[in-house]
Design a binder for this molecule. Structure first.
Ligand SMILES: [Zn+2]
Length: 136
């Protein structure tokens, strides 16, 4: 069992077949793919979009809490609402950081927060290391 792709490569190599009419380059926008692959940081536009999305989902959660909360008095809904409120505040602050150009920089060590982390938690203020230290 092998990877069919790898096999294919293998066969083509030693076969020494002249590069047959190679598949034509697709008319993709090369600009977009290039920036995507290179971008070490999240663009302000991307950051805003993610933050907006995060805010929308928090607001939806709040609405859902509000709608279902009245009957379930014995659930600690206020704690949840508080947590969401905190998130919303952080999201607002993150928007402000996008505006002043400090977005994506850890407030603890001033290093750029990895994009993968921002994708998961777009409003985070800290890199994983600083967050861990702050949370303890
Ligand atoms: Zn840090």
């Amino acid at each position: 069992m092998g990877f069919p792709d790898a096999d294919e490569e293998h066969r083509r190599g030693p076969g020494g077949r002249p590069a047959a009419p190679v598949r034509k380059a697709l008319p993709m926008s090369p600009d977009t793919s290039r920036t995507d692959a290179r971008a070490p940081r999240m663009s302000a536009q991307d950051a805003r979009r993610r933050l907006e999305h995060a805010r929308d989902s928090r607001l939806a959660q709040l609405r859902a809490l509000d709608a279902g909360g009245r009957d379930a008095a014995d659930h600690p809904l206020s704690a949840q609402a508080e947590a969401i409120g905190r998130d919303l505040k952080e999201i607002d602050e993150a928007f402000a950081r996008v505006e002043d150009g400090t977005y994506g920089r850890c407030l603890g060590c001033a290093k750029p927060v990895p994009v993968e982390r921002l994708e998961i938690l777009p409003y985070t203020r800290y890199c994983v290391g600083c967050r861990r230290r702050a949370a303890v």
